[in-house]
Design a protein around this ligand. Structure first.
Ligand code: MTE
Length: 289
């Protein structure tokens, strides 16, 4: 990864610490941060999770994900790219300055949080990866390791967990290649060592513990859409006007907020409409939900 070494000198991690035991990330403030919202507590963000490889209950990932080994870790970049590449997590971490971005996080199950993520725009990596003009979509494939993931046997999803974006969505500056939260490396239950975060989409689009980024000409198959296409669309933009077939999407429960302010109206595109609505000009968002 050319430039990685030079950028690494910027010292994204304390050089006295080895990668294996470093937990702090040096971050810079980002203009793309959501301002004015109180972040959800670290405890809630790291103990109320969806990571089905480790079980279906919200506390299962925190209980079980500790066994996942996140070093060494490599990410393969393949499909419609000039040249297939494999990069280590160390190279990814030192490739660009890590920004702190406080984003709203809205799950399709109608709960939400506010999370100070740490990462850089996925577009930086995609530009480096040099996808071919034929590449119209990006697919994210995540770790599948039955020796540490009891959910692979217990839960009927097409493993490995897969998610995908249209290329213009993947290139949008808000789409964050994410390595940390609250200035620390991601805890395993939150998708260590690298996940994706797309703040205007339901949380299930944000694939955790990514091992492959695959460029394709056709819309890739994605875990929840394969399992229940009527309930989980490929786009999954946060939209209070399109209900889930089994529940309303008009409001959400802010985890950890005082009881009287827990129920909040859900915002179109999760409040990021000014930045992203133009990606969907002319599209019927009820059809392409
Ligand atoms: N990624 C993987 N690999 N496996 C999963 O089960 N769950 C998704 C998404 N990414 C999931 C995943 C869902 S449904 C949500 S809402 C978010 O992760 C939850 O992220 P959080 O636990 O950090 O809040």
């Amino acid at each position: 990864m050319t430039g990685a070494a030079a950028l690494g000198v910027a010292g994204l991690l304390d050089p006295r610490q080895s990668m294996a035991d470093a937990t702090k990330l040096q971050t810079v403030k980002s203009p793309l941060s959501t301002t004015g919202l109180t972040p959800t507590s670290y405890k809630d963000i790291t103990s109320y999770n969806n990571f089905y490889e480790f079980g279906v209950e919200k506390d299962n990932p925190a209980q079980n994900a500790g066994k996942m080994r996140t070093r060494p870790w490599k990410v393969t970049i393949d499909g419609l790219v000039k040249q297939k590449k494999t990069v280590s997590i160390e190279e990814l971490l030192s490739f660009k300055p890590i920004e702190e971005r406080v984003y709203r996080h809205r799950c399709v199950e109608a709960w939400s949080m506010v999370i100070p993520w740490a990462g850089y725009s996925l577009s930086e990596l995609i530009n480096w990866a040099e996808p071919l003009p034929k590449a119209k979509y990006v697919q994210f494939l995540t770790l599948e390791d039955a020796s540490v993931m009891p959910g692979l046997r217990e839960i009927n999803l097409n493993w490995p967990y897969s998610e995908g974006l249209r290329m213009d969505e993947a290139m949008h500056p808000l789409t964050l290649l994410t390595f940390g939260l609250y200035g620390e490396v991601l805890p395993n239950q939150d998708g260590a060592p690298v996940r994706i975060v797309i703040p205007w989409k339901y949380g299930f689009k944000s694939a955790k513990s990514i091992v492959k980024i695959h460029f394709t000409a056709d819309q890739p198959s994605t875990a929840w859409n394969d399992m229940a296409p009527r309930e989980y669309g490929f786009y999954s933009n946060v939209n209070p006007n399109v209900d889930h077939p089994r529940w309303s999407q008009k409001s959400e429960r802010r985890i950890g907020a005082p009881i009287f302010s827990q129920r909040q109206p859900t915002l179109m595109f999760n409040g990021y409409g000014d930045q992203v609505a133009s990606l969907y000009n002319g599209m019927d968002l009820k059809k392409y939900f």
